[in-house]
Each structure stands twice: as C-alpha cells, then as structure tokens.
Design a protein around this ligand. Structure first.
Ligand code: SF4
Length: 326
C-alpha cells in the first residue's frame, strides 16, 4: 500500500541535495489467496523492485506490505527487521529471473534445494533427502540427478531447480521475477504450465513479474501495468486485454501476437524513450510519448481511480478516448 522505493544516486550520496532514482512511486495493489497477479512493464519500470521489496530483499522507503497469515492475523512485513522477517521468508519466496546466475555452481542440486529446509529447521537431516527427491518430482526433475551440479542441467531444468528451492519451505506466496524470460520459447511454455499446475495443486499465490504481457496473460487472474515506477492500470486479465483504458496498456496489448490475424497492421509503436526515473517528466510520466496528451497531462499526476468494477486506471482522459484491445 503506497509503496515507495527510492535509491540514492551519484557522487553526492552524503550531501543534503541527494538525487534519487524513484524506482517505485506510490504503488498499491492486493493479491487474493490462490490467485496470480501479473505485474507488467518495460525494463526499468520498477516491477522487479516491487517484487524484491515484497520478499524484503529491500526495505521500502515508504508504505506498508500487509500480509495476512493463515490464522487471519495481519502483519506489516515492511516494518520488520531481519530477525523478525525470518518466519515470513519461509512463507514468501522468490524465483529469480536468471536460472544460470541464481544457483551456486559449486553446490550439488540436492543441497541447493535443501537450503531453505535446513535454514528454517524444518526436517531432521535423515528426512531431508526424501523431501528433496519429492520436490524434484513435483517440478518434473529426475531425483536420480540430485547429486549433479547446476551446469549439468539445461536452462529450463535449472529454472525448475530454482522453483523446487522456492517450494522447499512450503511457501504461501511466490514472487516469480521474470521466471521464463531467459529461456527458449518452447521451454517457457513448459515452465509456465508447471507454475500453473503448482498453483492449482498446492494452493499457491503468485506475484508474476514480466516485461511481456503475452507471457503473463495465460497465468494471471489480474494484471497490473507499471510505467516509470507507477501502476497506470490494473484489472482482471480479460478486462484489461479486451478493454484497455490507458494508452500505454493499449500499446502493450497491441504488441501481443495473434495467430491468423491481420492485427500486425494495428500495432502501436510508441515514439521516444522511457524517461529517466531520476528526472521524470512532470504530470503524467507518459505524456511525452502519449498520442492523446492534452495540456493538463503535463501539469498534474493522474490518480489511479476506479473506471469500472475492479478496473483502475491513472489517466486524465481515459473516458474521452477510445482505445483498442485484443
Ligand atoms: Fe496520455 Fe494524458 Fe492519459 Fe497520461 S494522462 S496517459 S498523457 S492522456
């Protein structure tokens, strides 16, 4: 709720006039249990920072992260210190983008997957190996290979190892940060199907971070679109794809490939570059690239407001323009 994450930059870190990268600016959303929220946007829009803040790799500069425990009690994990965070690190896990870089090449796979079990004292040592074997089966890996090292597996298999590691502590919420973007397209589909199966079988909840809306559309119940640190639109997946209200979402949706369609003729190419988050433009950050911009757009920041049931949009003119969905 109202999450903000600023990083100081430049050589003036210790002076009064600090400059900041405003990576995340006033971001609010909720994820219901057993649902998947897709968080979409271009590189550098702050979506990964949101994910890392939720698992508390970063402590947010401002805002709260309200987590509801299985007994219904609530805790603001943004306020917890590292020691207090420990039980939540067991319940909230992250799957990283890079299956090549996120696994220690010197450690056999069985020890990589067992790490959370050991850290959180979850099982006696004698039972850990059986649990690792069962986790490997859950993610479609042959347990006979548990003594092998990460380099002996393919990219898709390595991402499955990362998923097995995340599952090892019986989490409730998984933040998946671009989990398939480093994989071949055919392998992407397999890993997405695996995540969907795990969601259904284990009742997991996901924050699924991706730059490609066509990757999240199949797995997400709801989608939130980010641009330069802010959420500009969020809605149920179908509603967002068929009835986008923000011009940036319109451009993202227009880029989704559709088989047997002449849709490529309608693809919207955005002019200009994503602005620097250190010196973001005033008013609506999208206004330098927006073909619907009016003078008011450069003067005030549009609030995220309800445009329909469950459909939120941050645009001054959303009700005056007619956009294209899929
Ligand atoms: Fe475009 Fe203005 Fe809406 Fe921003 S507020 S998206 S500039 S029309």
């Amino acid at each position: 709720k109202n999450l903000r994450m600023y990083f100081p930059v430049g050589s003036n870190l210790f002076t009064r006039n600090k400059k900041f990268v405003k990576a995340v600016e006033d971001v609010s959303f909720s994820i219901e249990e057993n649902k998947v929220l897709g968080l979409v946007g271009e590189s550098g829009c702050g979506k990964t920072t949101v994910g890392r803040t939720i698992v508390r790799i970063y402590k947010p500069s401002h805002g709260s992260i309200d987590y509801t425990r299985p007994d219904g009690s609530k805790v603001d994990v943004a306020k917890l210190n590292n020691k207090e965070m420990r039980p939540y690190h067991r319940e909230i896990r992250m799957v990283f983008q890079d299956p090549f870089g996120s696994l220690n090449p010197r450690i056999p796979v069985k020890d990589i997957i067992a790490e959370p079990i050991i850290i959180h004292n979850m099982l006696p040592k004698s039972e850990t190996e059986d649990r690792v074997a069962s986790l490997m089966k859950d993610v479609g890996l042959n347990p006979d290979y548990m003594n092998r090292y990460p380099h002996e597996f393919s990219g898709g298999q390595r991402q499955r190892i990362g998923i097995a590691r995340a599952l090892a502590s019986n989490p409730r919420l998984i933040v998946a940060d671009e989990p398939v973007s480093a994989l071949d397209v055919s392998v992407q589909a397999q890993v997405l199907n695996l995540l969907e199966t795990l969601r259904d079988e284990k009742g997991l909840t996901f924050l699924f971070v991706a730059h490609d809306i066509s990757v999240v559309e199949h797995i997400s119940d709801n989608i939130a679109v980010m641009y330069v640190g802010r959420i500009v639109e969020k809605a149920e997946t179908e509603e967002l794809l068929y009835n986008p209200l923000h011009p940036y979402t319109e451009a993202l949706v227009s880029a989704i490939p559709v088989i047997n369609s002449d849709k490529s003729k309608h693809r919207i190419h955005l002019e200009g570059d994503v602005p620097n988050p250190v010196n973001a433009p005033p008013g609506c950050v999208f206004h330098p690239r927006c073909r619907y911009a009016t003078p008011a757009c450069s003067q005030s920041v549009p609030e995220l407001r309800e445009a329909g049931p469950g459909h939120m949009v941050a645009c001054h003119n959303y009700d005056k323009i007619s956009l294209r969905g899929i």
